[in-house]
Design a protein around this ligand. Structure first.
Ligand SMILES: [Zn+2]
Length: 348
């Protein structure tokens, strides 16, 4: 994602004026002790069902780790067009299929780093009864360069993307595991190729996966979609989620209102409710192609109240699992759980 502001250091400069005007307006099955008496019933291997509303931050953290780390414990970089990207998508798809979600692949060809590659979004859906759809999104790809790293030698290396990628994936996967029945159909979309812009190659852009997905939704599908909510950079131990500004000034605002109202009710102070420039920022992120296609869209993203908008680990080698907190993932997951179970309402 990129910061839409005049202080964009590594991002395209964007004017604030429009926004300012608008503002004015699996359970653990213990084997148990060996039965000593013949009357002891046998221990079954049936998994414990997850209780409703039991989004578990630690399990979500493990999902993030499964994205970031390969089988040998080394970092799995998920750069589009690489084996690590394919592996990450396959992990997501296999986990969701095992949980009973209807998984499909959204494949297309695109240019990335001046090379033609096949890209893939992973889509999973669970039917509700209302005839309406709610989309939750996260990007699973990771950035090929760490241009903000304090060490110049690291700036041409890919980032680990524990927050910038894996944290949002983790929230969606644990929701898929723990979400009680919801009135609306829930669709999870895992975007490829979010993080490829401003790399100096002249032929790669941001938001390729979300743009491909949103622009190819049918009119009927867009019309039955109540909202799209994006989770991005949501694992920081000091998570701070002010109201992202492009959400605040577009059709996602009533949904944002409702989500922040739920967060306040649950006591999750990570949702800071700030909405003024300087407290918060406008970010070009995977929600943007949706609101451009008239789908109300919300971005939940960690932003710091400084002119740089992004935390110090952003687009550096330090975006690793030490900057991912189970408690932060749980706060976001439980708020979304409540919102979805209540019917994904808009308004406070
Ligand atoms: Zn990024």
């Amino acid at each position: 994602m990129r910061f839409k502001g005049e202080f964009a250091l590594c991002r395209r400069v964007r004017a604030w004026a429009l926004l300012l005007v608008a503002l004015l307006l699996a359970g653990c099955n213990l084997p148990g002790p060996a039965p000593a008496a013949s009357s002891t019933p046998p221990v079954t291997s049936t998994p414990s069902p997850t209780p409703p509303g039991a989004f578990d931050g630690q399990r979500a953290y493990e999902d993030a780790a499964a994205q970031v780390l390969g089988p040998n414990g080394s970092v799995r970089y998920r750069v589009p067009g690489t084996p690590g990207n394919d592996e990450a998508a396959r992990i997501i798809a296999d986990d969701l299929a095992a949980l009973g979600w209807n998984v499909t692949w959204d494949r297309w060809n695109a240019t990335y780093r001046c090379e033609p590659i096949e890209m893939h979004n992973v889509v999973a859906e669970r039917a509700g009864t209302s005839g309406k759809v709610v989309i939750l999104g996260a990007h699973y790809d990771t950035r090929p360069i760490a241009e903000s790293d304090p060490d110049p030698a690291n700036r041409t290396r890919p980032i680990p993307g524990a927050n910038d990628g894996a944290s949002g994936v983790a929230v969606l996967l644990e929701l898929a595991r723990s979400l009680p029945p919801t009135p609306d159909t829930v669709r999870l979309v895992f975007f490829d190729a979010e993080d490829g812009g401003d790399m100096g190659d002249g032929c790669t852009d941001w938001l390729l996966g979300s743009r491909h997905y949103a622009e190819n939704m049918t009119l009927a599908d867009r019309n039955r979609t109540k909202a799209m909510v994006l989770v991005d950079l949501v694992g920081d131990p000091h998570l701070r989620l002010p109201r992202e500004l492009s959400t605040y000034v577009t059709a996602g605002r009533p949904v944002q209102d409702r989500i922040y109202s739920i967060a306040a009710g649950l006591g999750y102070a990570q949702f800071t409710n700030e909405s003024r420039p300087g407290q918060t920022f406008s970010i070009e992120d995977d929600h943007q192609p949706f609101y451009q296609e008239q789908v109300p869209a919300v971005d939940l993203i960690h932003l710091v109240a400084e002119k740089t908008a992004f935390p110090e680990w952003h687009h550096t080698q330090h975006d690793d699992l030490s900057h991912v907190s189970a408690a932060s993932l749980e706060a976001v997951g439980r708020v979304l759980d409540r919102w979805l179970v209540e019917g994904a309402q808009a308004g406070p």
